[in-house]
Design a protein around this ligand. Structure first.
Ligand code: PLP
Length: 443
C-alpha cells in the first residue's frame, strides 16, 4: 500500500531528496546505488546536465501546447531522430506519457487499422504468458502475469496467451535450442488457426522479457519465425520495448539483435530516462497510410500527447545516447557485466540461471539447482531480497512469479549505462551480501 499512496498510508519509505550520478540520496544522507534504474528507467543516471538544461530551456520557451492545435519543435525533432534509427519501415511516432499508454495506443491502432482496411472481424490479440505490458486495462489484459491480473480478470478483454520463449525453465532436456524456439513460435500459428486466421489482428511480445521473467531474451531464430507466421496470416507484430528498448540491451532498439522489425513498436522508460514521463508508439507506414487515406483520424488521444517539455528531455536523452555511442558501449561492456555476475553468483547452489543482454540481466533463484525447482512462493524470497539489498544501499528489482505467475523468484539488474566498473563491482558486492543474508533465513 505504501507504494501506492505514500502520504495517505504514513509511509515508512525513506524520502529521496537528491540524485547524484548513479546514486540516489535520501533525507538522512544514505546513498543507494541505482542498480536497476528504478525499473530500467534511469539509463543516464540522475544528474545529467544536458538533459536538465534542455528541460529548463524548453520550460522557459514553451511549457505546453495542445496537440489538437499545435506540434512543437522538440516533438518533431525527436520523432525524426527515432525514425532515422528505427528498424524496418517504422516512420510515424505517437508520443504519450508512459509505457502503458504506448501499449494501449498500439492495441487500438492495430484494431483501427483493420477496421479502416475493411476487415473489422479482426479483433483478437495474442500475447504471451509471463509477460507484462502495463497496468491499464487493455495493457493488463495483454499481459500474461497472473499475479497482477487475477482480481481484475472480470474487467479484462479476452486475449489469448501462448508460451513465452523461456529456455531455462521450459526447454526439454532432449530438445535442441533451435527446435525449442521453433516449437514455442509455432504455438502462435496454432493459436491463429484455432481462433480463425481472419479474426486475429495482432501478436504482442517483449523482445527481452523484463519485469515478469527477469531479462529473458528469446533464443536465436524465434522472432524471425514469429515474424514469418505473422506475415503468413496478416497478423500485425507489436513489439513492446518499454523496458528493454533505448539502448538497454546494447542496441538502440532491442529487436535489432533478433533481426526483425515490427509493425508497431512501443518504447518508454529509457526514452525519458526518468527526467520526464514519456513513452512512444512507432508505427509502420502501411498502418499510418491506411488511416490517413481512410477516416483520416486515429481515434485515440490524451491531454499530454507530445508534451513539449517531455519531448525536449527525451530529445536530449536520445542525443546523449547516440552522441556518446552508449548502446554500443553497453554491448561492449555486456560480457564483463555477465562475467562479474557469474563470478559472484555462478557457484551459488540456489542460483539456477543468469541471463540477459547488454545492461539488462536477471538472476533466477531456485530451491534446487538440478531439478530447477523454485522456492516455495510463501517464503516471499523476491520481497526479502529487495529489502535486504536496499538495506545494503542497492536498488535492484526482484520479482516473484517467474515460473507460473506465482512461484519462481528473480532479481533484475538494469544499471545506468554510465556506471563505472567500480560502481558495478560495488553493486555486486552489495547484492551478494543481501543474497547471503536472505538465503540463510530461508534455508
Ligand atoms: N511494458 C513493459 C514491457 C513494461 O516493463 C512496463 C513497465 O514496467 C510497461 C509496459 C508499462 O509501463 P508504465 O509503467 O510506464 O505504464
Amino acid at each position: 500500500m505504501s507504494h501506492v499512496f505514500p502520504r495517505h498510508c504514513h509511509s515508512d519509505l525513506p524520502t529521496a531528496v537528491r540524485g547524484d550520478g548513479c546514486f540516489l540520496v535520501d533525507a538522512q544522507g544514505k546513498r543507494y546505488f541505482d542498480g536497476s534504474g528504478g525499473a530500467a528507467v534511469s539509463c543516464l543516471g540522475h544528474s545529467n546536465a544536458r538533459v536538465a538544461s534542455a528541460i529548463k530551456d524548453q520550460v522557459d520557451r514553451l511549457a505546453f501546447a495542445h496537440t489538437g492545435f499545435f506540434t512543437s519543435d522538440p516533438a518533431e525533432e525527436l520523432a525524426d531522430l527515432l525514425i532515422a534509427n528505427a528498424p524496418g519501415d517504422l516512420d510515424r511516432v505517437y508520443f504519450v506519457s508512459g509505457g502503458s499508454e504506448a501499449v494501449e495506443s498500439a492495441i487500438k491502432l492495430a484494431r483501427q487499422y483493420y477496421v479502416e482496411v475493411g476487415q473489422p472481424q479482426r479483433r483478437h490479440l495474442i500475447a504471451r504468458r509471463q509477460s507484462y505490458h502495463g497496468n491499464t486495462l487493455g495493457a493488463l489484459a495483454a499481459g500474461g502475469n497472473e499475479w497482477r491480473r487475477e482480481q481484475f480478470s472480470p474487467l479484462l478483454v479476452d486475449v489469448s496467451h501462448i508460451s513465452p520463449c523461456y529456455e531455462y525453465a521450459e526447454r526439454q532436456p532432449d530438445e535442441t535450442v533451435e527446435a525449442y524456439g521453433a516449437r514455442v513460435a509455432d504455438e502462435l500459428e496454432q493459436e491463429i488457426l484455432r481462433l480463425g486466421p481472419d479474426t486475429v489482428m495482432a501478436f504482442m511480445a517483449e523482445p527481452v522479457v523484463g519485469a515478469t521473467l527477469g531479462a529473458v531474451p528469446a533464443v536465436a531464430g524465434y522472432f524471425k519465425r514469429i515474424r514469418e507466421i505473422c506475415d503468413r496470416y496478416g497478423v500485425l507484430l507489436i513489439l513492446d520495448e518499454v523496458m528493454c528498448g533505448m539502448g538497454r540491451t546494447g542496441h538502440l532498439f532491442a529487436c535489432n539483435a533478433d533481426q526483425v522489425a515490427p509493425d508497431i513498436l512501443c518504447i518508454a522508460k529509457g526514452l525519458g530516462a526518468g527526467y520526464q514521463p514519456i513513452g512512444a508508439m512507432l508505427s509502420s507506414r502501411k498502418i499510418y497510410d491506411a488511416i490517413r487515406d481512410g477516416s483520416g483520424f486515429f481515434q485515440h488521444g490524451h491531454t499530454y500527447l507530445g508534451h513539449p517539455v517531455a519531448a525536449a528531455a527525451a530529445l536530449a536523452v536520445v542525443r546523449e545516447l547516440l552522441d556518446n555511442d552508449l548502446p554500443a558501449r553497453v554491448a561492449e561492456r555486456s560480457a564483463d557485466f555477465a562475467g562479474m555476475l557469474h563470478a559472484r553468483f555462478g557457484q551459488n547452489p540456489h542460483v539456477g540461471d543468469i541471463r540477459g543482454r547488454g545492461f539488462f540481466w536477471g538472476i533466477e533463484f531456485v530451491a534446487d539447482r538440478d531439478s530447477k525447482t523454485p522456492f516455495d512462493a510463501r517464503l516471499g524470497l523476491a520481497g526479502k531480497l529487495k529489502k535486504a539489498a536496499f538495506a545494503e544501499g542497492l536498488v535492484c528489482y526482484p520479482m516473484p512469479g517467474t515460473r507460473d505467475g506465482k512461484s519462481g523468484d528473480h532479481v533484475l539488474l538494469a544499471p545506468p549505462f554510465v556506471a563505472s566498473d567500480d560502481e558495478l563491482a560495488g553493486a555486486m558486492d552489495s547484492l551478494a551480501r543481501a543474497v547471503t543474508t536472505v538465503l540463510e533465513q530461508v534455508e
